[in-house]
Design a protein around this ligand. Structure first.
Ligand code: AMP
Ligand code: MG
Length: 349
């Protein structure tokens, strides 16, 4: 199939909008921009269309999708109840990069929710998809618009690199502002629990609703079974072998690894914060990428997946990337990095 391209970067063209809304209602799957990453959407009331998402992405069937809504009356139609803490979070963070897990209404698609009695919902903060959801009165279920396991797409080009000719269409809405997937918080358990960290942090949420927990699978080793089914898979990974440089600037350890593993420096990359770049020059590694200043981790997070994908395009075989202190946004950065690296830390043996 020839994937249709809709350019909605500059202005939201009415003819395109009508065609896109009709296609979703006719059961097609179309990739769309959000503030986090690109999503691959289908109508929540059309199981056949939802099946096409799992097929195009090669996504395991036990990994549920997030429902994207444009207004609160849509939320009411999807869930059994809206707890008071959800109301507080909605007031503070919607539209925005926060997914809330609710108890779902019985008649909501079993395929979209992987047979669970809960559903993850968010209201995205991006003018293009917001307009489509509201104008079409659509609820779209969507995972990230990539092949399962690769880094999530933050530009239209990333989506096409993975899914061109496998999906009906793609809406280009420019580069994603946040750059990693939404924070997921479960409000169906006794103490609200973060299942996936994102750019809205635990600390941000606690200001609104008091103390919350982190799912155990996010702490320490990753052997625990994650409560967000998707978090148990190897994820966000480029083709290269990724080494996390602990405590930064460990040039001696990198030198030893290069020698021991006969690493080709011309097919290797250093990904570091701007302040530390110069420390790695002596290694002779050809490709160097900057995560921006250590004082502005939001910038680094926004560019992380793009850099990992650029490494793939350049045929890079080994990536050395700097860690960050695991608090606040640093916790979310390290969560994605550990998955991309499959927990491979470069440290003294
Ligand atoms: P993706 O859009 O690819 O980031 O995938 C959506 C993420 O949301 C996956 O990690 C899912 O496991 C998680 N998720 C979706 N619905 C639920 C739910 N009802 N309970 C727990 N996690 C969920
Ligand atoms: Mg994903």
């Amino acid at each position: 199939m020839v994937t249709k391209y809709y350019d909605l970067r500059e202005n939201i063209n009415e003819d395109n909008l009508d065609e896109i809304i009709k296609a979703y209602k006719d059961g097609e799957v179309i990739a769309f921009p959000t503030e986090t990453v690109y999503g691959l959407g289908a109508n929540i009331y059309d199981d056949e269309a939802i099946g096409k998402i799992y097929q195009a992405k090669n996504r395991p069937k036990d990994n549920p999708l997030i429902a994207h809504i444009g207004n609160i009356s849509q939320l009411e139609s999807l869930v059994k109840e809206i707890p008071i803490k959800a109301k507080l979070l909605i007031d503070s963070f919607w539209p925005g990069p926060l997914t809330i897990i609710f108890k779902k209404n019985k008649d909501i698609s079993q395929i979209a929710t992987a047979g669970l009695d809960t559903i993850g919902i968010r209201m995205p903060d991006h003018p293009v998809i917001e307009t489509i959801l509201i104008k079409g009165n659509l609820v779209l279920v969507a995972p990230s618009a990539n092949i399962s396991g690769s880094p999530s797409p933050t530009t239209m080009k990333h989506v096409l690199a993975d899914l061109d000719s496998l999906i009906y269409g793609i809406i280009d809405g420019g580069n994603c502002e946040e750059g990693i997937e939404s924070t997921i918080i479960d409000l169906t358990c006794e103490v609200p629990t973060i299942l996936r960290p994102g750019t809205i942090t635990k600390e941000d949420i606690e200001v609104e609703i008091g103390e919350i927990e982190l799912d155990e699978s996010l702490l320490g080793s990753s052997t625990l079974i994650a409560k967000a089914p998707g978090m148990k898979y190897r994820h966000y990974a480029p083709k290269a072998k990724v080494y996390i440089i602990e405590n930064r600037i460990k040039t001696d350890l990198i030198k030893i690894e290069i020698k021991k593993e006969k690493i080709d420096v011309n097919k290797s990359a250093i990904i570091s914060f701007e302040e530390n770049r110069k420390h790695y020059e002596e290694l002779g590694i050809l490709h160097k990428f900057s995560l921006g200043s250590m004082m502005d981790l939001k910038y680094g997070i926004r560019n992380l997946y793009r850099i990992l994908r650029d490494c793939d395009i350049l045929g890079i075989e080994n990536i050395f990337i700097e860690d960050y202190k695991e608090i606040g946004l640093g916790f979310s950065y390290m969560n994605r990095l550990k998955k991309a690296a499959n927990q491979n830390f470069l440290k003294e043996k």
